[in-house]
Design a protein around this ligand. Structure first.
Ligand code: ADP
Ligand code: ADP
Length: 239
């Protein structure tokens, strides 16, 4: 059984003064435990809408998402909060989600507080462990997000996303705002996490060169549809 199974998912946006926009059309896909699925396609083809619909950050218009054997379609938003412990997302610009008034240690440990995991000492240890996992120095915990570069901020966002030991990480253009050399560091980190934590990852990017080396399989999106999906080597060989 797949960790994630998506059946004919569609999303249509209302469009003031024009015809509705069908951003995602009958997308079906699956992600197995510990697998990296790359999703690639040009800007505007519906990748982000698809990623957010899986978590119901956007309500899909139709179709079904089954995560860890459970259909998410009829869950309340409160029930979805519990699902989002196991299915985390990181975005292109982590700055928006990193509260500038909180220390990095607090930001990374906050999900543990929200979900009442451990006492203060246990949370501190987990934060230290997470800093190590994402390759940030221990003294980062007492500093603030603005003291860090874009690549390091993405590491902070990843550490926070990992705090509750999710089964699936959705990375939505997570490296697109970074310099190419920093991009490859974050890509390597994500590949490393998949191996060490046997984490399943949906790696969304408009740039095939970003996902080609880390993806087990690649889904190609065009105008809201998946037009091709297969093992990364196969997709790379396609004319
Ligand atoms: P991608 O992530 O591949 O760039 P998006 O999912 O952001 O694609 O967008 C897919 C399509 O849906 C685009 O045509 C975009 O303009 C449209 N779209 C995205 N968000 C909205 C929205 N909130 N309201 C209306 N149209 C939207
Ligand atoms: P408060 O004193 O309001 O509880 P803290 O700043 O002590 O807030 O942080 C709360 C949680 O944030 C801690 O339990 C821990 O999870 C994490 N945290 C904050 N700062 C650090 C730090 N320097 N090292 C490790 N974890 C930290």
């Amino acid at each position: 059984m797949s960790l994630l199974q998506v059946n004919k998912l569609s999303k249509t946006y209302p469009n003031l003064g024009g015809p509705p926009v069908q951003a995602v059309s009958e997308v079906s896909l699956h992600v197995d435990e510990g697998e990296v699925l790359g999703v690639v396609g040009e800007s505007g083809c519906g990748k982000s809408t698809l990623g957010r619909s899986l978590l119901r950050l956007i309500e899909p218009s139709s179709g079904e998402v089954i995560f860890a054997g459970k259909s998410l379609t009829r869950l309340s938003q409160t029930e979805m909060k519990a699902v989002r412990r196991d299915m985390q997302v990181i975005f292109q610009d982590p700055f928006g989600s990193l509260n500038p008034r909180h220390t990095v240690g607090y930001i990374i440990g906050e999900p543990l507080i929200v979900h009442r995991r451990g006492n203060k000492a246990e949370r501190r240890r987990r934060v230290e462990e997470l800093l190590g996992i994402v390759g940030l120095p221990q003294d980062a915990a007492d500093r603030y997000p603005h003291e860090f570069s874009g690549g390091q901020r993405q590491r902070i966002a990843i550490a926070r996303a990992l705090a509750l030991d999710p089964k699936l990480l959705i990375a939505d253009e997570a490296v697109s705002a970074l310099d190419v050399s920093i991009q490859s560091q974050i890509i390597n980190l994500i590949a490393d996490l998949q191996k060490r934590l046997s984490l399943a990852i949906i790696f969304i990017s408009h740039d095939l060169s970003v996902i080609r080396h880390v993806s087990d399989r690649i889904a190609v999106m065009y105008l809201g549809r998946i037009v091709e999906v297969g093992p990364a080597e196969e997709i790379m060989q396609a004319p």
